[in-house]
Design a protein around this ligand. Sequence first.
Ligand SMILES: Cc1ncc(COP(=O)(O)O)c(C=O)c1O
Length: 280
Amino acid sequence: MIVYFNEKYLPLDEVKISPYDRGFHYADGVYEVFRTYHGKPFRFASHIKRLKYSLNELNICFNDLKEFEFISLNLAEMNKILPEDFSVYIQITRGVQFPRKHNYENNLTPTVFVSVSKIKDNSEQLDKGVKIILEEDIRWTRCDVKSVSILPSTLAKTKAVNQNAYEAIFHRDNKITEGSHTNFFAVKDSVVYTAPLSNFILEGITREVVIELCAENKIKVIEDYIRVDQLKGFDEFFITGTTTEITPVIRIADSIVGNGLPGKVTRLIQKYFREYVNSI
Ligand SMILES: Cc1ncc(COP(=O)(O)O)c(C=O)c1O
């Protein structure tokens, strides 16, 4: 597998990362994931804007963000993935600092890593829906930054997988924020609800697309918190993400949602999403 590391394309096993990289010591870095549809990066500008925001919020200086489109297409070609679609993982840490100390120096050179992977077939989960579990949101209060420091998310996701669920959905003070790697939506009387943008959630690009598609198709969206103690009052649920796309939720822990089949509004939004990605 060929990856991109600090301005070079090289085999994965030739990548050398210093143990003094602040990414290793402090998870001092950010990441981004985007994917292609029909070979073209999807909402690339939005992903780059979000990456820039995360870098700025952590005061990491790195500007060559537009290059990632070219780099990822090169990697897809080198890894013989083309013409299939692929996802791209970008990680930028603040860089190497010796000796180890908490406060960062301003003149560090960021460590940059990019890899590409084939898109896994998710047709079964899109068609049948998935189980989720609920977990208390113990993450920090800057979830708007896509930092690599996501241990609460990896722990919650592992718990979900161990319970045969696809995703763990977080709640804070009875309010649902988002999933470990997805945004969460509920539907009641054909109105769509999702948590408002704030420091408690990541501004999901798929979330943004869903809200746009709903507006175009006259489906009302209310950006307000879904409360855990009111979950039973909703008709449908779905989760969104770059590789998760629009995945119906048919089970929350041990409770079956409705009749256990993806809901009507969820199906409609999936259809609008598919038509949209096929049209660009
Ligand atoms: C915490 C969190 N929320 C939401 C999302 C979904 O964002 P997007 O639709 O941009 O993939 C992600 C994606 O990784 C995430 O990590």
